[in-house]
Design a protein around this ligand. Structure first.
Ligand code: SER
Length: 319
């Protein structure tokens, strides 16, 4: 494998911290530079880290000039629920940040760029069950609007500037090492923490709200597989549909109860219900499967067992 020099922007987040670990394992610790606007915290403390604010384009250009990266993973973003409360901030970070990165990548000859899109790029009139790769997209959140616009920018940079930019439309990502912040699918992470610590959870979505989801291990694998795939296998330059599973709050609660019988869930839907209702319930990811061999490893049962085992150990260690 050719030696890569990798920059991760927004490495302190839920996805960034685990992706940085995955990249360090694959490419060597010394070849992966993690950056964020603060830190390093947790898993990032062990490796190269610098403070970098993607909204300072001159600093970004300087950083790329100095370091000669071959790949950039640009993950800094405001998620759906926070975005509805701070629409201008979400638009600025999600949109300007992406364009600064794409521009700097072209300017400094970066070979590949990764940027995450989301199921939030779909909307209420999109086909909800097994949402196809190419379909109506009418996002109603600022986060979703920024993701759809971002997809178009990525494809534009590929076509017009020849930049090898790749992307996945992540479903809700579920991990236990770092918590998400400000998303609508966050309940499926919080529920495991609360199940272990309090044996109860008040859910902000209704019991039967189905959403597409993915275990973090699968998300890291999908991302690295996409980025390692030969360029001629990549037929989608906007963003690929991918999914791991679909479930609703009452199903995840039932799965937890198998291992923690006293666990209780209650429901108190808030503004995030409307966001969830505008998104697909399940995703058709056949194009990703055909193009670069995507296949998830975890279903709800396997994920729950893995998280509860690991998280209870972690919580005991930190107690
Ligand atoms: N997990 C994200 C959110 O809930 C969707 O991509 O905002």
């Amino acid at each position: 494998m050719a030696k890569e020099k990798i920059l991760v922007i927004g490495a302190g987040g839920q996805l960034g911290s685990e992706l940085t670990l995955g990249l360090r394992k694959l490419h060597g610790k010394e070849n992966v530079m993690a950056t964020d606007i603060k830190g390093p915290e947790g898993v990032l403390a062990d490796g190269n880290f610098e403070i970098l604010d993607v909204l300072m384009p001159e600093k970004l250009m300087e950083f790329l000039q100095k370091n000669k990266f071959t790949q950039i993973y640009h993950l800094a973003a405001v998620l759906s629920a926070t975005g509805e409360k701070n629409p201008w901030l979400a638009w600025k970070l999600n949109m300007d940040g992406l364009i600064y990165v794409l521009d700097a990548a072209v300017e400094h000859g970066v070979e590949k760029v990764y940027w995450p899109s989301s199921i939030a790029a779909f909307g209420p009139t999109t086909q909800k069950i097994k949402t196809p790769q190419d379909t109506i997209m009418d996002p109603t959140t600022i986060y979703g609007i920024s993701k759809l616009a971002g997809e178009r920018w990525c494809e534009w940079y590929f076509r017009k500037k020849g930049l090898d930019v790749r992307s996945l439309r992540y479903p809700g990502l579920i991990g236990y090492k770092t918590k998400p912040g400000g998303g609508t699918t966050d309940y499926a992470v919080d529920i495991y923490f609360k199940a272990l610590t309090e044996k109860k959870y008040e859910c902000f979505l209704k019991h039967d709200t189905y959403l597409p989801m993915m275990y973090m291990d699968d998300a890291i694998k999908a991302t690295l597989d996409l980025m390692e795939a030969p360029a001629d296998k990549i037929s989608v330059r906007s963003s690929y549909n991918v999914t791991g599973m679909s479930f609703c709050p009452s199903e995840i609660a039932a799965e937890i109860k198998k291992q923690i019988p006293e666990f209780k869930i209650t429901y108190k839907p808030d503004f995030r219900q409307a966001i969830a209702d505008s998104w697909p319930k399940s995703i058709n990811d056949s194009v990703a499967r055909i193009d670069w061999g995507w296949e998830p490893a975890f279903d709800l049962e396997e994920m729950t067992t893995d998280i509860l085992n690991n998280l209870s150990r972690l919580l005991a260690l930190n107690a």
